[in-house]
Design a binder for this molecule. Structure first.
Ligand SMILES: [Zn+2]
Length: 485
């Protein structure tokens, strides 16, 4: 309980406001020191990296002038290194403080400013500020510095369900969506507060080297019911990347049970766990590959039952979208998406490009138009007896469908058929008229090929029917001028 006191007019009794830090002098030195965890930014333009202190070009991230090694991961982009006057960047550190058992989460901001040593005296300086002071209660948070921000956990939950993005919400709270370090040496303070069940102080070692999103340390521990379970099982990566596992209790808990050893051993995070759910395989490389591309992998799985262990052998991560494109075309072209040679081609790029060319063919409206016109003319060659019927392939779609059912590549003939160079007929059993039976290629009124499924030859009885039919073929191409190509 906080002290009660009269308001300024001695009219009513109110709670004394929490004595929070709000000036630079209030920020403890240990927090200022904690900012040293952030490496100094290297600057870069389109190709080169520069020393932030002297703006000289770096040699493999080492400044010969300042004798310092820098970290390439952290950098600032500039357009024109010679003309910048200076530059600035911000870091944040989160830190808890407890006043009378009430929890305050501070967001301390450090702004680093460099001046261009070529323009003015070389120097840089830091500027520190108490940026936010959130009072955290069981219900939610209230910013004591900017009273406009007040949000319940239920509202946060609602928003996370809607956007499925923690970054948008984090941005609402602190105008920044990055992850930052949390000061860990005072976490014991939380033991007697609303955080008592979260056991955050036991995670000191983990949190010391892990940047967290602000929602990781307020919403997740206090509102996500799975947080405790995950921490208890040492699944720290998952606990700090999980925000909307509302179904964790049912389906995912079984997945967790079945793969417990693997999950714990590799400390899977939420996205890796989702990847495991999708592909159900205990291959960490493949899990990582999939976890970076969950949406795309879902789309791929909708097209075909892909074994991602096999897939990873033929493509790299950057090719995943192209692979999706390939599968999409393959399915539109009627390829057999159960055939391993189709799904895992030895030369993926080559097959992708082949499919692309065929796709262009199929999408060319002139080709279908011509096929329809030619088929109409070839109707004269239609054959029918009690059991069988033979008729010209009526459209590009029918060719794709036929080749898909036959497992052959009759679709390759679409182009020559549409140019009247070769003609495609289907022989069907009347009792099963929609099912492909024999595919026949005719050139100059002669049968060039007749194939049943998987490119096998038809039976002798069928051969005999075809032979007598062949004798009746009489297609007089009027002349080539009538054919649009
Ligand atoms: Zn330097």
């Amino acid at each position: 309980m906080r002290q009660l006191k009269f308001d300024n007019y001695f009219k009513k009794i109110e709670e004394e406001p929490l004595p929070i830090w709000n000036k630079r002098e209030d920020i403890p030195e240990y927090i200022i020191k904690y900012f040293d965890k952030y490496p100094v930014r290297v600057i870069f333009d389109d190709i080169k990296y520069y020393c932030p202190f002297c703006l000289k070009e770096l040699n493999d991230c080492y400044c010969d002038h300042c004798k310092q090694q820098f970290n390439k991961e952290i950098y600032l982009y500039v357009n024109d290194i010679n003309n910048i006057k200076g530059y600035q960047y911000s870091d944040f550190v989160f830190t808890f403080d407890v006043i009378n058992d009430e929890v305050i989460l501070y967001v301390i901001k450090r702004v680093t400013t460099y001046n261009n040593p070529n323009v003015s005296v070389p120097f840089y300086y830091h500027f520190y500020k108490v940026y936010r002071a959130f009072h955290i209660t069981k219900k939610g948070i209230k910013d004591l510095l900017n009273n406009n921000i007040e949000m319940t956990f239920a509202e946060m939950h609602q928003e996370l369900q809607e956007t499925e993005e923690i970054y948008i919400l984090a941005y609402d709270l602190i105008d920044d969506d990055e992850s930052y370090y949390l000061y860990v040496d005072n976490l014991d303070f939380l033991k007697n507060t609303i955080y008592k069940y979260t056991k955050l102080w036991k995670l000191k070692d983990y949190l010391l080297d892990t940047k967290v999103n602000i929602l990781n340390i307020i919403y997740a521990p206090l509102y996500n019911q799975d947080f405790e379970f995950l921490i208890k099982n040492k699944l720290y990566n998952m606990a700090f990347s999980t925000f909307y596992l509302e179904d964790f209790n049912n389906k995912l808990k079984k997945l967790y049970k079945d793969n417990k050893e693997f999950i714990i051993k590799n400390n899977l995070d939420y996205y890796e766990f989702k990847a495991l759910e999708l592909i159900k395989c205990q291959d960490l490389d493949v899990i990582k590959f999939v976890s970076n591309n969950i949406g795309l992998v879902k789309d791929i799985k909708e097209l075909a039952n892909i074994d991602f262990v096999k897939l990873k052998n033929i493509i790299n991560e950057e090719q995943l979208y192209e692979y999706y494109d390939y599968l999409d075309m393959a399915s539109k072209l009627g390829f057999n998406l159960k055939d391993k040679n189709i799904l895992y081609p030895k030369n993926f790029i080559q097959e992708h490009n082949k499919a692309y060319k065929q796709m262009q063919l199929v999408n060319d409206p002139n080709i279908d138009k011509n096929i329809k016109k030619i088929a109409k003319r070839l109707e004269a060659n239609k054959y029918e007896d009690k059991k069988y019927v033979i008729y010209p392939a009526p459209s590009i779609d029918s060719l794709i469908e036929e080749s898909s059912m036959q497992n052959n590549c009759v679709r390759m003939y679409a182009s020559s058929y549409s140019q009247d160079k070769t003609h495609i007929y289907f022989m069907r059993e009347k009792s099963n008229i929609n099912k492909s039976f024999v595919t026949i290629e005719v050139k100059n009124n002669k049968i060039v090929q007749a194939r049943i499924k998987n490119n096998d030859l038809p039976s002798q009885t069928i051969e005999n029917i075809l032979k007598s039919w062949e004798k009746t073929l009489k297609d007089k191409k009027k002349n080539d001028k009538n054919v649009v190509s």
